[in-house]
Design a protein. Structure first.
Ligand SMILES: Cc1cc2nc3c(=O)[nH]c(=O)nc-3n(C[C@H](O)[C@H](O)[C@H](O)COP(=O)(O)OP(=O)(O)OC[C@H]3O[C@@H](n4cnc5c(N)ncnc54)[C@H](O)[C@@H]3O)c2cc1C
Ligand SMILES: [Zn+2]
Lengths: 415, 109
C-alpha cells in the first residue's frame, strides 16, 4: 500500500492523478479464516484492525451484507465526547476519544477529527444538578469537563438564544476536547489499514447462519457460500438480534429508528457542537457549512432505516427556540439508521453462550465516538478469549446480575 | 406514518395519538422468581426483523391499552386486538399466515 503524504499529492498533481491505487481490494471469500468479523461498520473494522495491530492476528475476514460503512457508521451525526457518568463508560469512551486525537496519523488517512468542543445545555434545574455531578465524576475519572455559566455559553455560541420561553439556558457541561470526525473516513481509514495487513473485506455478502459443534462456533453460512473460522465476532448494530438468533442465543436489545437531517450550507456560524437533551435536539456545523441536526428515537421496533416525521418536527421545533436563526433554513436531506438499544443504554462487548463467538453491540444512539476504543477492547476479548479491563463490565450477563452501567438516567440522549 | 385501529373505540389512530408500549405477551415474574426468569421478563426481548406483536396505548383517544401485530421490516400492520388476549386471535394469525407463510414468534405460529 502506498502511503498518503504531501509528497504523494505533489507527485500525483504532476501526472494528472493517474497513479492513485484502490484504497482496498474487493476480496473473494476464502474457505477458512482464524477470525471472522460480521459487519463492516466502524466497530467491526476497528476490531479487525486492532486484532492485527495489537495481537498479530491477520488471517481475518470482515463480512458485510451491504457496503462498508453503509450502516449507522455512515448515518450518524459524528459527535465525539467522553463526558459520561459511570466509570466503565468514561474509561472506554475516553480511550476512544484519546485514540481519535492521533487516528489520522495512525491510519495514514485523514479522519478529520475536529476537537472543537461539545456543549450539553442545562435547561432545567434537574439538568444543572445532573451535569454538575457529571463534571465532578469526570474530574475523578481524568476526563476534562467543566460546568459553565450562561454568559460563557453565549460567548462560545453567539447564535444561541439564552432566554427561550419554555427552556431558558441555565448553564452547560463543556468538554473542550470533544468534537466531531468525518464518519465515512473513519470506516475507510480502518478498512484501508486492514487491507494493508492482508485482511479480506468482503462486501455484498450476508451472513445467514452460524454453524457450531460441541458448543463452539465452527463457521458461518453466507449468501456467497460457507466459510470456516476459529473465532467469530458479531458486530452488526441494529441487526444484532437477527444475528444472535442465527447463533442461538438472545440479547437484551431492541432495534429502533433514529433520524438526522442537514440544512442547506451556510457561512460558518457555530464552531462547537451543542446538545440540548431536555428538548431532544442537537446541532453542529459541518465543514461544508450544513447544519447537522439530530433528535430522538422512535418508540417502536423498526428495521426500515427511516423514522417518523413527527420526530423531525419535534426536534426542529425545539431547536428553533434555542437557535431562532435556523427557522428560515431549508433542510436538504433526512435519513434514518437502525440503532440497537439496551436496557441501561450501555453497550455489550461480551463472550456469548456459544464458545469462541463474541458480540459487540448495543451502542444504540451513541457509538460513533466509541469506535477506536470499542475495537481495541473487542480485539483484546477475541484474541485472549477473556475480556480485558475496558470490556469487563460490559458483558451481556450484567442484566441478570443487576450490575447495570446506567447511562440512561445520566444523559437521556446519548449520541 | 403508522396508523393503528383501536380495537375498543374503532378509531384509526395515527402515531402521534398513540404510545408504543413494547413487546406483547410478556410473562411476568415477581419477587422470589429465579434470576433467569427475572432477566427474561425485564430485559430480554424479541427483536425480529419481520412479524412482531406489541402493546400500544390509545393515549390521546380512549386511553386504553391494546395489542397489535406488525411487520418491523415493512411497517405493514396485520391487525389489532384487545389487551386481555393471552395469544393473538385466529383472524390475526390467519392474516399473518396469508402474507408471511411459515412465520413464527416465540411459541406462536
Ligand atoms: C441518525 C443517527 C445519529 C447518530 N449520531 C451519533 C453521534 O452523533 N455520535 C455518536 O457517537 N454516535 C451516533 N450514532 C450512533 C452510531 O452511528 C452507532 O452507534 C455506530 O455507528 C455503530 O457502529 P457499528 O459499526 O456498530 O454499526 P454499523 O455501522 O451499523 O455497522 C454494522 C454493519 O453490519 C452489517 N450487517 C448487519 N447484518 C449483517 C449480516 N447478517 N451479514 C453481514 N453484515 C451484516 C450492516 O450492513 C452494517 O454495515 C448515531 C446513529 C444514528 C442512526
Ligand atoms: Zn381507542
Amino acid at each position: 500500500m502506498k502511503r498518503y503524504s504531501v509528497f504523494a499529492v505533489a507527485r500525483e498533481a504532476l501526472r494528472q492523478h493517474q497513479g492513485w491505487e484502490r484504497a482496498w481490494p474487493n476480496a473473494e471469500p476464502k474457505a477458512r479464516y482464524d477470525a471472522i468479523i460480521v459487519g463492516a461498520g466502524g466497530h467491526g473494522l476497528a476490531t479487525a484492525y486492532y486484532l492485527g495491530r495489537n495481537h498479530g492476528i491477520r488471517n481475518v475476514a470482515i463480512i458485510e451484507k451491504g457496503w462498508l460503512g453503509g450502516g449507522n457508521t455512515g448515518r450518524n451525526t459524528t459527535i465525539i465526547r467522553s463526558n459520561y457518568l459511570q466509570d466503565p463508560s468514561a474509561a472506554i469512551y475516553e480511550k476512544a476519544r484519546s485514540l481519535f486525537e492521533t487516528l489520522s496519523q495512525e491510519l495514514n488517512y485523514n479522519v478529520m477529527f475536529s476537537p472543537r468542543g461539545v456543549m450539553m445545555l442545562a435547561q432545567t434545574q434537574h439538568e444543572i444538578r445532573g451535569y454538575k455531578r457529571t463534571a465532578m465524576a469526570n474530574s475523578l475519572q481524568g476526563v476534562t469537563t467543566e460546568f459553565i455559566s450562561p454568559a460563557r455559553v453565549k460567548e462560545l455560541v453567539p447564535i444561541i438564544n439564552l432566554e427561550g420561553p419554555r427552556y431558558p439556558v441555565l448553564g452547560a457541561l463543556w468538554q473542550p476536547r470533544g468534537g466531531t470526525a468525518r464518519h465515512d473516513a473513519v470506516a475507510w481509514g480502518y478498512a484501508r489499514a486492514c487491507a494493508a495487513m492482508g485482511m479480506d473485506i468482503i462486501q455484498k455478502c450476508e451472513v445467514t447462519g452460524v454453524s457450531q459443534k460441541d458448543g463452539k462456533v465452527t463457521g458461518i453460512s453466507t449468501t456467497r457460500g460457507d466459510i470456516a473460522c476459529d473465532k467469530l465476532g458479531i458486530v452488526v448494530a441494529g441487526h444484532s438480534g437477527v444475528m444472535a438468533n442465527h447463533a442461538g442465543f438472545r440479547l437484551p436489545i431492541e432495534s429502533v429508528a433514529l433520524q438526522a437531517l442537514v440544512s442547506e450550507p451556510i457561512k460558518p456560524c457555530m464552531d462547537v457542537v451543542v446538545m440540548a437533551n431536555t428538548v431532544h435536539g442537537y446541532m453542529s456545523q459541518s465543514d461544508k457549512g450544513e447544519m447537522v441536526i439530530g433528535g430522538g428515537t422512535d418508540g417502536f421496533n423498526n428495521y426500515t432505516q427511516r423514522g417518523s416525521f413527527h420526530h423531525i418536527e419535534e426536534t426542529v421545533r425545539a431547536l428553533n427556540e434555542t437557535f431562532p436563526m435556523i427557522s428560515r433554513l431549508k433542510m436538504l436531506r433526512q435519513w434514518g439508521g437502525i440503532v440497537d438499544m439496551t436496557g441501561d443504554r450501555s453497550p455489550i462487548i461480551s463472550k456469548t453462550p456459544l464458545g469462541n463467538c463474541f458480540v459487540n453491540c448495543g451502542w444504540g444512539t451513541g457509538g460513533f465516538k466509541a469506535i477506536p476504543g470499542s475495537g481495541w477492547a473487542m480485539a483484546e476479548l477475541m484474541a485472549k478469549g477473556e475480556p480485558g479491563p475496558l470490556a469487563l463490565e460490559f458483558n451481556m450477563w450484567r442484566f441478570k446480575e443487576g450490575k447495570f452501567i446506567d447511562e440512561s438516567v445520566a444523559a437521556g440522549v446519548a449520541h | 406514518m403508522l396508523t393503528l385501529t383501536c380495537p375498543y373505540c374503532g378509531v384509526a389512530a395515527e402515531e402521534t395519538e398513540l404510545t408504543a408500549g413494547g413487546e406483547a405477551h410478556l410473562k411476568r415474574f415477581g419477587p422470589g422468581s429465579s434470576d433467569d426468569d427475572l432477566e427474561t421478563y425485564l430485559f430480554l426481548r424479541e427483536n425480529p426483523k419481520g412479524v412482531h406483536f406489541e402493546r400500544w396505548r390509545h393515549s390521546f383517544g380512549c386511553g386504553k391499552w391494546f395489542l397489535a401485530a406488525r411487520d418491523t421490516n415493512t411497517l405493514e400492520v396485520f391487525g389489532t386486538y384487545p389487551a386481555q388476549s393471552k395469544a393473538p386471535p385466529k383472524p390475526i394469525k390467519d392474516a399473518i399466515t396469508a402474507k408471511r407463510p411459515g412465520w413464527s414468534w416465540r411459541e406462536f405460529k
